[in-house]
Design a protein around this ligand. Structure first.
Ligand code: IPT
Length: 957
């Protein structure tokens, strides 16, 4: 005899996509049909297992008065101050045993309850639909005690017909949400696992003879300038586009002269689809996407994607984004010259796609599919190659395409991410190609391109990308005919990514390379009272991938990181190259569609970083790809004989929807002569007295040779050789990288614990010379280091000579001196700025006069690491000192030591000490993007080689 003790929860582990939901259709906001948002506060009860509670809570009259409350949309683990469990971060590992389609018995299950009345004027005719825009990962739904069905597919819309069940008042909507389900096997994206009803819940009135579903086909013929519009609709109706004098029946094509839609010129025509029962607003963009001559072309022109991968993220609300946050993303993207976004790795909230249409971004819309964890077992049992799962995969494909098919911004449908290969993917591709032949299909996981219209890869190194550009990469016949994109590259984790400019150069050089999408848009840091922002492991997860979840171009609060500033410069739509000797600039329009008429140009001339003259520059409205040489005015006469340079900027000529007039989109800078180096006659002689050596304005310890003061400025710690930096995520590299990972090798060698052996202190005729050897314990390698101090009576010059000894098999993290000042706050410098720069992240560093404070020099990476260097510094003033470089140097100042920075795990671990630590570097090792890609290119290595460099110190007080 057997009997059941728990309610059946078989649907949770069933591989089917669910039951009871309506077929997928276009997502739209009706002009006249009523809707009722069910967002807001819901009653909430959390259980530890799927079957812990029976269904009685769904009955009318159930008293949930003692339940907790959660906000919908939202994730329960981010609400209730930890009372409802916590987020889990894994990259590709499943946080449960790989036992498909089974999930753990411990399956957090949230019962959600909401009682609502219909507005008094809610129409009594027609039907109604209940729409869920996103629930993670599996939901079972009841209305007024009647079960509607259950569904999976977290980031896809699901609708239920509910007209018959509605009452004027006291409707009881009950939703049971399971964190884990068979669907979880298909949703192994690199992000936090966050259960909940995280997108809108809406009740939609469906008028009799309303619009059910429709498909806007709006193509553009670039040879005639005409667009053809045809709107297919099951419910018939008429299509009206007043600006184009269009008034046709659905299903009927009409061809008229139009302005096309592109990401650069996002022209939308407002229209209406009208049936007897309903009017639906249309936003029509005419464009034609084709694969032609081995290239992705839109409206006849090849597109260069300057893109980014965007996960939905908010530091407090997780993936429950409001419209303003979505708009902020789009505005930030546009203001930083991005033209494309891949919705990694699931269809976003539909409102985001509306914004892409409106502001102009090319979109790769990606299906909610990733089975990455199966890589741990060589992809055995991968659901995408198992027919039992194919209905679920096809359901996901259809829910994406049907929901999003009317967005002109979408040019590619992507099957998903990191799911290996298999029949299920092929079935999805076939279905999509058939349903929407007017767009292309993307998927990275199949390098043979069996099902795709583009050869796509992630994190391919520069040399391989170049080979692909040259068509020397081999591959299947089909692949050789296809264009290439990097759907992910330049891993923006922590400090970096380095090497962006080098990638862009390749993309621009070879036609076949149609650009790429930086990984990724935003750090998924979770706002945390003690830690600032939490990352993997901070919630005690048994398996996690640490701060790999913080790898964005913007910080969790959407402040642009230096990586975004660099990317903006690297992908600028206009190239401005100078030729100081000829007094001219070459301006090139690097856009694919628009001419330069939206831009105004400005020149300025700087002497020692200060602008002495400026004016506007007349640049012709060059067509895409065109370039012209434009004469600059005569350089202004200036008696000071300082360093002179030109800066030319391209600004928005008028306000746009995404930035005001005057917004800088591009710039170029070039020298109008060489920099005069500081001249320095060594006239003073060191004088020893009472254990102290005086040289010009400076005092030294006669025994150690340590600098004690310059003029009235006390030096807390003498300048001495420093080679260490707090390794960046890119220095550390990813575990799976077989390539050399210097962050670890540096530590193994002991570069973080260098010892300084004093060899001699020699007071000569015109110099104080301190000889040392700097080396780590247990090793024979070392750096023979000589400090030579001279003075002209007022100023003090330090020349450092470094000679490596032994067999150095690693580059150095940095090479320079570090010293401490007891007091410093305001900083002014002439050199690269305003933000940080490293050898392979310095494109956006503009030479000028900059001001900051020690605190503001810091870049607050979520996991603290080396940051904040300023490039090409001629001189810097801080703490009463002026330091001039011969040659230019890298400058860093912080209120903690490198060792403290290295030890910190979160921002809040860093506490200001009583010394400001200053690094003056002759060289820095490149950054690269080895946290998930190539390390720095060889030209950015800081080799251990003999070097000599000088600094001139004087006081400003
Ligand atoms: C790649 C993933 O597609 C992406 O989701 C993210 O995890 C990224 O890496 C790293 O942050 S997969 C990687 C194994 C190349």
């Amino acid at each position: 005899m057997s009997f059941r003790t728990t309610p059946s929860v078989d649907y949770v582990e069933d591989v089917s996509p669910g039951s009871g939901a309506l077929p997928p259709r276009a997502w739209y906001a009706s002009s006249d049909a009523r809707s009722l948002s069910l967002n807001g506060s819901w009653r909430f009860r959390l259980s530890a297992t799927a079957g812990a509670e029976d269904d009685s809570f769904a009955e009318e009259g159930y008293d949930a008065g003692n339940w907790a409350e959660v906000t919908v949309p939202g994730h329960w683990v981010l609400q209730g101050d930890g009372a409802f469990g916590s987020p889990i971060y894994t990259n590709h590992l499943y946080p449960f045993p790989v036992d498909p389609p089974h999930v753990p018995t411990e399956n957090p299950t949230g019962d959600h309850l909401r009682v609502f009345d219909l507005p008094s004027d809610w129409p009594s005719d027609g039907g109604a639909v209940l729409r869920f825009d996103g629930v993670e990962s599996c939901a079972r739904v009841w209305l007024n005690g009647t079960e509607l069905g259950e569904f999976k597919g977290s980031r896809l819309a699901h609708e239920f017909a509910v007209g018959e069940l509605l009452k004027p008042g006291g409707n009881v909507l009950a939703v049971r949400v399971h964190q884990w389900s068979s669907g979880s096997y298909l949703e192994d994206q690199d992000q936090w696992w966050l259960p909940g009803i995280f997108r809108d819940v809406t009740l939609l009135h469906r008028p009799a003879a309303g619009v059910a579903d429709f498909f806007v086909h709006a193509s553009y013929d670039h040879t005639t300038g005409e667009g053809t519009l045809r709107v297919d609709s099951d419910a018939g109706g008429r299509v009206l586009v007043p600006a184009l004098d269009i008034d046709v029946a659905t299903g009927e094509p009409v061809t008229v002269t139009v302005e096309p839609w592109t990401a650069e010129t996002p022209k939308l025509y407002d229209g209406v689809l009208a049936t007897d029962g309903e009017r639906v607003p249309l936003r029509i963009g005419f464009r034609t996407v084709v694969l032609e001559d081995g290239l992705v072309k839109v409206n006849g022109a090849a597109v260069l994607f300057k893109g980014v991968n965007r996960h939905e993220w908010h530091p407090e609300r997780g993936r429950a984004l409001d419209l303003e946050t979505m708009r902020e993303d789009v505005l930030l993207m546009k203001r930083h010259n991005l033209n494309a976004v891949r919705t990694s790795h699931y269809p976003p909230h539909p409102a985001f796609l509306d914004l892409c249409d409106e502001y102009g971004l090319w979109v790769i819309d990606e299906c909610d599919l990733e089975t990455h964890g199966f890589t741990e077992q060589d992809w055995r049992d991968n659901p995408v190659d198992d027919d039992r799962w194919t209905p679920a995969l096809l359901d996901r494909a259809a829910r994406m395409v049907e929901r999003d098919k009317n967005h002109p911004s979408i040019v590619f449908w992507s099957l998903g991410n990191e799911a290996g290969t298999g029949r299920g993917l092929t079935a999805m591709a076939e279905w999509i190609h058939d349903r929407d032949p007017e767009r292309l299909v993307h998927y990275e996981g199949d390098w043979n391109c069996r099902d795709t219209d583009v050869y796509s890869r992630m994190y391919a190194f520069h040399d391989e990308v170049e080979k692909i550009g040259q068509q020397l990469d081999g591959g299947t016949h089909k692949r050789r005919e296809l264009p290439f994109i990097q759907c992910e590259y330049a891993h923006a984790m922590g400090n970096g990514p380095g090497g962006l400019a080098d990638y862009q150069e390749l993309f621009e050089k070879y036609d076949r390379l149609q650009g790429g999408f930086v990984w990724e848009w935003i750090d998924h840091g979770v706002k945390h009272a003690e830690l600032g922002y939490a990352y993997g492991g901070d919630f005690g997860e048994e398996l996690h991938d640490g701060n790999f979840v913080c790898d964005g171009l913007v910080f969790p609060d959407r402040t642009p990181s230096p990586g975004l500033i660099e990317y903006k410069k690297v992908i600028e739509p206009v190239h401005i190259e100078g030729d100081g000797a000829n007094g001219a600039v070459r301006v090139t329009n690097k856009q694919d569609f628009a001419d330069l008429s939206a831009l105004a140009f400005e020149w300025s001339c700087q002497v020692d970083g200060e602008t002495v003259e400026s004016g506007s520059l007349a640049v012709p409205a060059l067509a895409p790809g065109e370039s012209a040489e434009v004469k600059l005015p005569e350089p202004p006469v200036d008696g000071r004989g300082g360093e002179r340079q030109w800066t030319v900027r391209a600004l928005l000529a008028d306000d746009t929807s995404w930035a005001p007039k005057g917004h800088v989109v591009a710039w170029g800078q070039f020298a109008a002569g060489a920099r005069p180096l500081p001249s320095f006659p060594a006239t003073d002689r060191p004088v020893a007295e009472d254990g102290r050596i005086t040289l010009g304005p400076a005092g030294f310890d006669a025994r150690t040779g340590a600098l004690l003061s310059i003029g009235g400025v006390e030096v807390g710690a003498t300048p001495r050789l420093d080679v260490w930096r707090a390794p960046t995520d890119n220095d550390d590299g990813a575990e799976w990288q077989t390539d050399t990972r210097y962050g670890m090798l540096w530590r193994t060698l002991g570069l973080h614990r260098m010892r300084h052996r004093l060899v001699s202190v020699e007071a000569g005729d015109d110099a104080l010379t301190v000889r040392t050897r700097v080396a780590p314990a247990a090793r024979e390698v070392g750096l023979d280091t000589v400090y030579r101090w001279t003075s002209d009576g007022e100023r003090l010059r330090l020349t450092v000579s470094v000679t490596p000894e032994g067999d150095w098999t690693v580059p150095l993290p940095r090479l320079g001196v570090r010293f401490g000042l007891p007091e410093a706050d305001r900083v002014e410098w002439f050199g690269g700025g305003p933000g940080e720069a490293y050898p392979d992240t310095r494109t956006a560093s503009m030479v000028g006069r900059w001001q900051s404070t020690v605190d503001r020099l810091q870049t607050p990476y979520v996991r603290p690491q080396e940051n904040g260097a300023r490039a090409d510094v001629r001189w810097v003033e801080l703490g009463g000192l002026r330091i001039e470089g011969d040659p230019e140097f890298w400058f860093t100042a912080r209120r903690w030591t490198t060792e403290q920075l290295d030890a910190a795990r979160h921002r809040t671990d860093l506490a200001a000490g009583d010394t400001v630590w200053v690094n003056l570097d002759h060289g820095l090792h490149g950054i690269g993007s080895q946290s998930c890609g190539p390390g720095p290119l060889p030209q950015y290595f800081l080799k251990a080689e003999p070097a000599e460099f000088s600094f001139v110190f004087s006081t400003t007080r």
